[in-house]
Write a protein that binds this ligand. Structure first.
Ligand code: TYM
Length: 336
């Protein structure tokens, strides 16, 4: 379909605040792993800044967050030889195809999106219409590049299903145009929970920051947050998601960083209490994040970022423009 181009894996993260340990384990670390494993695929990873403004942002902070996320992508191990890195708003085709996607999205299906319903409940006042149509824009991000696979955390599953529906709907109405993408959702780590309330997912916007580890937190803060995570009174390191959600969440984090299985972790801590376990986990997490932070500090001031993101923009733009032209033609927009 696309001549010599390799098949594409695509994903993005919103530059709202500093990325969390949830973003890292559920998305970023996975992008890097897949980038290194799936050699037959080309990777497109972008900064979803248009998505960020669906809730109010301070302009200066937004600009800084975009730069931070750019550096964090590289610090985490994405390499430009394998991954095209770019900023969403620099490619106008995203917004344009987003509008086309809105034109084939039904009110009813957007109303069913749980993330919209949750945010709507929290925000009450001043909910923007862009927050409502957010999933149509996300579909455009993916379909613009004919992405086959989209690695995301669990909370994006519904948006991906909508993307598939929209791709199929468009193809049926206007003729074969889009690749119908598939989500890549890891079995482990797709939903890292809040350290203080393990019934909620770890999220930048949750009240109280004690339950959320941010990638640029001082290492001492990170350790403190892990050590004061909520567990239960059984004091036995055992994976049981339903009855022991706190310790199970910590075991997931442990397992993802150490690459030990749940059984191996259980065995290791069989006659030791939560104190020991949390202390070790605090060191593990801080050790992993320390590496990212050190690389981040080198990159953010190196002056390399702009050139890389310019390159990415150029490459993404070619594909996006071609696709949008095809879409307009199929729909009958414009004169050509
Ligand atoms: P965002 O910025 O909210 O989150 C980025 C990625 O992190 C994952 N994630 C988590 N994974 C595990 N545990 C958690 N607690 C946790 N919190 C967040 C998310 O699932 C996501 O993969 N709409 C997207 C950004 C986006 C996008 C796209 C993604 C825009 N267009 C196209 C893929 C393809 C979002 O808001 O992610």
């Amino acid at each position: 379909m696309r001549g010599k181009m390799k098949k594409i894996v695509l994903s993005g993260i919103k530059p709202t605040g500093i990325p969390t340990l949830g973003n890292y384990l559920g998305a970023l670390k996975n992008f890097v792993k897949l980038q290194n494993e799936m050699k037959d695929y080309e990777f497109f990873i972008f900064i979803a800044d248009l998505h960020a403004i669906t809730v109010p942002q301070d302009p200066k902070e937004l600009k800084q967050n975009i730069k931070n996320l750019a550096a964090i992508y590289l610090a985490a191990g994405l390499v430009p030889e394998r991954t095209t890195l770019f900023v969403q708003s620099e490619i106008n085709e995203h917004a344009a195809l987003g509008f086309v996607m809105q034109s084939i999205s039904y009110m009813g299906e957007l109303e069913r999106m749980t993330q919209y319903k949750d945010k709507m409940q929290k925000q009450v006042q001043g909910v923007s219409s862009a927050l409502f149509t957010y999933p149509s824009l996300m579909a455009a991000d993916i379909l613009l590049y004919d992405a086959e696979y989209v690695p995301v955390g669990d909370d994006q599953k519904q948006h991906l299903e909508l993307t598939r529906d929209l791709a199929i709907r468009f193809n049926n109405r206007f003729g074969e145009t889009f690749v119908v993408p598939e989500g890549l959702i890891s079995e482990k780590g797709a939903r890292i929970m809040d350290l203080q309330d393990p019934s909620k997912k770890m999220d930048k916007s949750s009240e109280g920051e004690r339950g959320c580890v941010f990638l640029l937190d001082p290492l001492s803060t990170i350790k403190k947050k892990i050590k004061s995570a909520v567990t239960d009174s059984e004091a036995q390191v055992r994976y049981d998601k339903d009855n022991k959600p706190g310790i199970s969440n910590l075991m997931t984090i442990y397992s993802l960083i150490s690459e030990l299985s749940y059984e191996e972790i259980e065995e290791k801590y069989t006659s030791r209490g939560y104190g020991d376990f949390k202390k070790d986990l605090a060191e593990l997490v801080a050790g992993e994040i320390e590496v990212v932070q050190n690389r981040y500090r080198e990159i953010i001031n190196s002056g390399k970022l702009d050139a890389l993101f310019d390159q990415g923009k150029e490459k993404a733009k070619v594909l996006a423009a071609k696709k949008l032209h095809k879409v307009y033609k199929k729909i009958g927009l414009g004169r050509y």
